[in-house]
Design a protein around this ligand. Structure first.
Ligand code: AMP
Length: 393
């Protein structure tokens, strides 16, 4: 690609369009601004986290075709931080020769969990067993072959575990199907995993591939709470996971970074749970702990710059700051003074105006080679609290 290579023009900076102005868009924009690029963001909210870093904000829905076309008129290349981006509009742009990365063809596969798993299976990539279902009889049939529990998953618009229903016995089948009434669903074998891990893999337009150190992920209520880096797995499991992640990336079209989430089961078998065609929450640690962040790697990959293998500078732990269960509205985060007494601690506050149960409001990364990561996790959770503001807003 000749459009950007070796060109960092001050008079005519690279103009990067990002669909989505959430925390991922914000951290991506931050890196792009450091390299003097222009940022145009499409997001429904004028107060979205990335708004403070955008040179221009287009207010509109991610699914709004016209807004995506409007975005394309302002920038040299479009990427996205959210799977809800309108894949048809992006695809039309790509077909007309406009640069969109990762390829919208990949996005449309990933947008639907069934299509994604089917694609992976067809490419000989290990995934838990699954089947598309539309009736109680089909779920029953699947369960009688596989045994309980199984997961019923809504195929679309489901993220952070919101689209999963655990079926533990035949009595729960009706309830599960009713829960997703009217939505396309699949059943998936429940993996009795001993660890969840993820790898961020980048590929640039020239085809070079690099990957970040493996993160071990702890979910609470189906939402990522903590990542420990490097993952506490054997060398052999690490090799298997890296090979699987690279094979997965090679099967996908387009450049950029891919967050590849995996299960490691009791027998150390590794299978893919899900792919994100974008930077991922479990890769945030790279900002402080690696020689390059996942966000810069993504930008380099889509602009076809070299993407060297990231070096892990320090072990790290990342802890998400999530909205409490029992409160929706304006909020404050307390305990930051104490957090700053922990060596190696960095807080990221996304700037969302309101909290909701389990909403990702920020995260803390602690770089440390010496301390037990789970002890750090407990400390941070003790210190940082999200609550209704004690002052009048
Ligand atoms: P998902 O939104 O499908 O990535 O799922 C969110 C979380 O649900 C995962 O991170 C796992 O903790 C859990 N999960 C998803 N699929 C399975 C599975 N087949 N077996 C066991 N747990 C699962």
């Amino acid at each position: 690609m000749t459009l950007f290579k070796d060109k960092f023009s001050i008079r005519k900076p690279i103009r990067l369009g990002i669909v989505g102005g959430g925390q991922l868009g914000k951290m991506m924009a931050f890196e792009a601004k450091r390299m003097f690029m222009k940022i145009v963001i499409l997001d429904p909210s004028k107060d979205c986290p990335a708004s403070s870093l955008a040179d221009k904000l287009i207010i509109g829905d991610f699914s709004d075709k016209q807004k995506i076309y409007e975005l394309s008129k302002e920038v040299d290349i479009i990427t996205y931080e959210i799977e809800l981006a309108n894949a048809t509009a992006l695809n039309n742009l790509e077909d007309s020769g406009f640069l969109v990365h990762p390829s919208p063809k990949t996005l449309s596969i990933i947008q639907n969990k069934y299509r994604q798993k089917k694609f992976l299976r067809e490419n000989m990539i290990t995934v838990p067993d699954f089947e598309l279902v539309s009736s109680e009889k089909q779920v029953m049939q699947y369960c009688s072959n596989s045994g309980f529990p199984v997961l019923l998953k809504a195929c679309e618009d489901s993220y952070d575990g919101r689209g999963n229903f655990l079926i533990r016995s035949k009595d729960e089948i009706t309830k599960a199907l009713n829960y997703f009434s009217g939505r396309q669903c699949m059943v998936e074998k429940f993996v009795n995993f001993k660890k969840e891990i993820s790898i961020m893999v980048a590929r640039n337009l020239s085809g070079a591939i690099s990957y970040f150190p493996i993160a071990e992920n702890i979910h609470e209520n189906h939402i990522l709470k903590t990542s420990i880096i490097p993952a506490r797995i054997s060398k052999e499991t690490e090799r298997k996971a890296i090979d699987l992640a690279i094979k997965t990336t090679k099967s996908l079209k387009g450049s950029g970074i891919f967050g590849i989430e995996m299960f490691v089961d009791e027998d150390d078998h590794v299978s893919i749970n899900e792919i994100a065609p974008r930077p991922h929450n479990s890769g945030h640690y790279s900002i402080e702990a690696c020689s390059i962040s996942q966000f810069e790697q993504h930008i380099r990959a889509i602009l076809d710059y070299p993407i060297l293998q990231p070096i892990l500078l320090s072990n790290a732990i990342m802890i998400n700051i999530l909205g409490p269960d029992n409160y929706t509205g304006p909020y404050e985060i307390t305990g930051i003074d104490e957090l700053f007494t922990i060596p190696g601690a960095k807080i990221h506050v996304y700037g969302k105006l309101e909290t909701k149960p389990n909403r990702k409001l920020g995260h803390v990364t602690i770089v440390s080679n010496n301390t037990d990561p789970l002890l750090i996790k407990c400390n941070v959770e003790e210190l940082l609290k999200v609550r209704e503001p004690s002052f009048q807003i």
